[in-house]
Design a protein around this ligand. Structure first.
Ligand code: LLP
Length: 419
């Protein structure tokens, strides 16, 4: 089981740290995301300490899970943040994050978002096109500021991951094509209201092999040499996020192996190293707790209809992603059947798992594992379903870190036409 230290069975009952999950279900209801504070802190520490004496900044990719309590926890550990919208900036600031440790990525930053980020004094804009660079220069000029920039370069490396989450191939929309990067740096240097400060890439997500990271890093270093030869001053090297986690039987490198490989690659160069991990910090630190509403046995299949759905956890429907599904109580006398674990949403794509061998009764609780990343943050209100509650476990304590949405939340902001 993923993250066995923070989620484990004691006798027959599944626990998060020292709290039995059935207690959380009765106190906070289901569906409910449950996170382990210990697992989050341990994941951060593993990245951070692996850099040893080297100048570095871990910028947590907020999109993976943007709950304020999680951002606040990482901020307290010294983390920086990788944001992709004004909304994420707002969250980071509200959670007490240091704007001086924020990098702003994304292909479509709006001028108002740039203004807010400049006003907050972020560390760096990861610029993804020449057009964006010109708009940023203009916006910064109007605000009487200088924007620190990195160019996000697309190194054209095959990350060998799901095509929807691969970003570093030349056919992807991300980054500035490798061959054009030098020319755009020269342009950046000539603009008055931007100051070149770094070099950036991100090649994809859920990578379970070090080779593509090392290949991309090597290409970036070649580019770095050429930029320095032209007299550009590059202070940091942002090598993106993307380290994968184990959902079933994958064996991704450990964070410390990944960091060691990057440090070895960058070697004696003077630049500070930035990384932007999302999934590897939070993915295995969370689960989605759900209750079996009904069992439905047909001549063809056995369905377990649970109270969590694709609106709560979109990854299975969107990427055909696998998440382990565990019984919260595993003393079942009945025989296991291969269940289709599905939600109540009116779509055939609304499933959480196919052919899962489980012994179930109506009312049982299930835990959908490794859902700390891209679970809650990708949830929606489809079918007018209130979003789940979120709970953080800390030893024997449980903290509600997001209330379950109410019906009032769901329609707030909507208005009838005038009579
Ligand atoms: N930096 C940039 C610029 C990114 O685009 C991303 C993720 C990250 C960092 C963090 O990547 P991570 O370390 O989490 O792999 N919704 C998908 C994942 C999309 C990732 C998008 N970009 C999923 O559920 O698998």
């Amino acid at each position: 089981m993923s993250n066995s230290k923070s989620f484990s069975y004691r006798n027959a009952a599944l626990y998060c740290e020292s709290v039995p999950l059935d207690l959380i279900a009765s106190e906070f209801g289901t569906p409910c995301y449950v996170y382990s504070r210990r697992a989050l802190a341990a994941a951060y520490a593993e990245f951070d300490t692996a850099f040893a004496g080297r100048d570095h900044l871990v910028c947590y990719a907020v999109k993976a899970n943007s709950n304020l309590a999680i951002l606040n926890l990482f901020a307290g550990l010294g983390s920086g943040f990788d944001i992709v919208s004004g909304g994420e900036l707002h969250r980071v600031l509200k959670a007490g994050g240091d704007p001086g440790k924020v990098v702003f990525s994304g292909v479509g930053k709006r001028p108002d978002e740039m203004r807010e980020a400049l006003a907050a004094g972020i560390l760096c804009f990861n610029v993804e096109s020449e057009a964006e660079l010109k708009v940023l220069n203009q916006v910064a000029g109007d605000a009487n500021k200088t924007a620190r920039v990195s160019l996000r370069v697309n190194p054209d490396v095959d990350a060998k991951t799901h095509p929807y989450i691969s970003t570093g191939l030349k056919e992807n929309k991300f980054g500035i094509p490798f061959e054009e990067a030098e020319a755009v740096y020269v342009l950046a240097q000539s603009l008055v209201n931007v100051r070149v400060s770094g070099l950036d890439c991100h090649i994809g997500s859920q990578l379970i092999d070090l080779d593509p990271f090392v290949e991309a890093c090597g290409k970036m270093l070649g580019l770095l040499d050429r930029l320095e030869a032209r007299g550009l001053q590059i202070d940091h090297l942002d090598l993106g996020g993307g380290l994968g986690i184990s959902y079933s039987d994958e064996t991704p490198p450990l964070a410390r192996e990944y960091v060691a490989a990057l440090c070895a690659c960058v070697n004696h160069r003077r630049q500070r190293i930035l990384i932007e991990p999302g999934r590897a910090l939070v993915g295995n630190a969370g689960l989605l707790l759900t209750r079996v509403e009904y069992l439905k046995h047909t001549a063809h299949r056995d369905f377990a209809i649970v109270d969590a759905a694709m609106n709560d956890l979109m990854r299975p429907a969107l990427y055909d992603a696998y998440h382990e599904i565990l019984p919260v109580c595993r003393t079942k006398s009945g025989s296991a059947k291969p269940y289709q674990v599905v939600g109540p949403v009116c779509e055939t794509g609304d499933f959480l798992g196919h052919d899962r061998s489980l012994a179930l009764s109506q009312g049982d609780l299930l835990a959908v594992m490794s859902t700390g990343a891209y679970g809650m943050s990708m949830s929606s209100n489809y079918n007018t379903r209130p979003r789940a509650a979120e709970v953080m476990v800390d030893g024997e304590q449980c903290h509600l870190i997001r209330e379950r949405e109410s019906m009032e939340h769901l329609t707030a902001g909507e208005k009838l036409l005038p009579a």
